[in-house]
Unconditional design. Structure first.
Length: 318
């Protein structure tokens, strides 16, 4: 009896998102992945690129599931760009962008990850590329877009970073130049993933949502308030955009496997495994339209040789 009372009180007074059902009800959008906490032996920092460091882990599998579920909704075809945000800071949106970008590139999609969170930029750190010149310099006319896109060690994956720049305000992001940058990026990539500030941090997410039109919302289990999710969905709707799905971050074990598509639906294009069971990095893909020959390999990865010599990011000879 006491357990029933506790469950009743929790349901009516605890407003935190706990399960994928909670997340779906609060956001009005399907939960496309439930990513477990990064907790294997040796630990993992907040900037762990788990899709590379532990590709056989449950977390990496969920990012592949996320990519497959988004592809079923048109990512890479009818949906060329996607804004990734969260109701509040610290809920894992940047790690979602980074690992989703790896999953997209590994599936054969030419992918650009854009850091549009100059207040707290972290995206460049996942791939050990320079923090600039990046998006703020491009928007101010201080650098061409071709000089601000960095090639990573992961074939088919590029990063447009941001330096820490608190002075970059909503007015700059609302400029016509940002619309041009996104249009140019979408013209030369299969997928553009935009890491933007959280909804609670101001108008930036709303501005990007309006320009792009589609959003992915990241919430954290046992942390995100359902009312904050409701406010976030209202903000996105008022911007004229739609939330295509939700990611439940740091999910409990019961939620990790619920709703996972068949293995064939989200298996990477290549799947090489050594005799002792360790997965190898996928072989290089042929880049028909490389953005450039500048890259810095992430920690622990071999340096690939630039493909096709020196080219501009549009794929034309320099």
């Amino acid at each position: 009896m006491a357990g029933v009372v506790v469950a009743y009180l929790r349901h009516h007074f605890d407003r935190r998102i706990r399960t994928r059902d909670d997340a779906a009800r609060a956001s009005g959008a399907p939960v496309l992945a439930a990513v477990p906490p990064l907790s294997w032996r040796g630990g993992a920092s907040a900037d762990t690129l788990v899709s590379i460091s532990a590709p056989a882990s449950a977390a990496a599998e969920q990012y592949r599931t996320l990519r497959a579920n988004l592809a079923a909704q048109g990512l890479g075809s009818s949906i060329r760009a996607l804004v990734v945000t969260s109701p509040a800071k610290g809920e894992g949106k940047s790690s979602t962008v980074a690992n989703l970008a790896v999953a997209c590139a590994n599936s054969g999609l030419k992918t650009l990850a854009v850091s549009a969170d100059p207040r707290r930029p972290t995206l460049h750190g996942f791939f050990d590329v320079a923090s600039g010149p990046g998006l703020p310099e491009v928007l101010r006319g201080q650098a061409p877009l071709s000089a601000a896109i960095f090639m990573t060690a992961i074939p088919g994956l590029y990063v447009l970073p941001s330096r820490p720049d608190p002075a970059t305000g909503s007015d700059l992001l609302a400029s016509h130049r940002l619309q041009e940058v996104l249009a140019e990026a979408a013209a030369h990539a299969d997928v553009v993933l935009v890491d933007v500030t959280s909804i609670a941090d101001g108008a930036d997410a709303s501005i990007l949502a309006r320009l792009v039109g589609t959003c992915l919302l990241v919430v954290e289990a046992d942390h995100t308030d359902r009312r904050a999710v409701a406010r976030a969905t209202t903000t996105v709707a008022h911007a004229g955009a739609r939330i295509v799905g939700t990611v439940l971050n740091r999910a409990n074990a019961a939620d990790e496997t619920a709703g996972v598509p068949d293995r064939a639906d989200h298996r990477p294009v290549f799947d090489f495994t050594t005799a002792n069971g360790h997965k190898l990095p996928e072989p290089p893909l042929v880049l028909t339209r490389p953005w450039g020959d500048r890259f810095t390999p992430p920690r622990g990865l071999p340096s690939p040789r630039p493909q096709g010599g020196s080219t501009t990011w549009e794929g034309e000879e320099a």
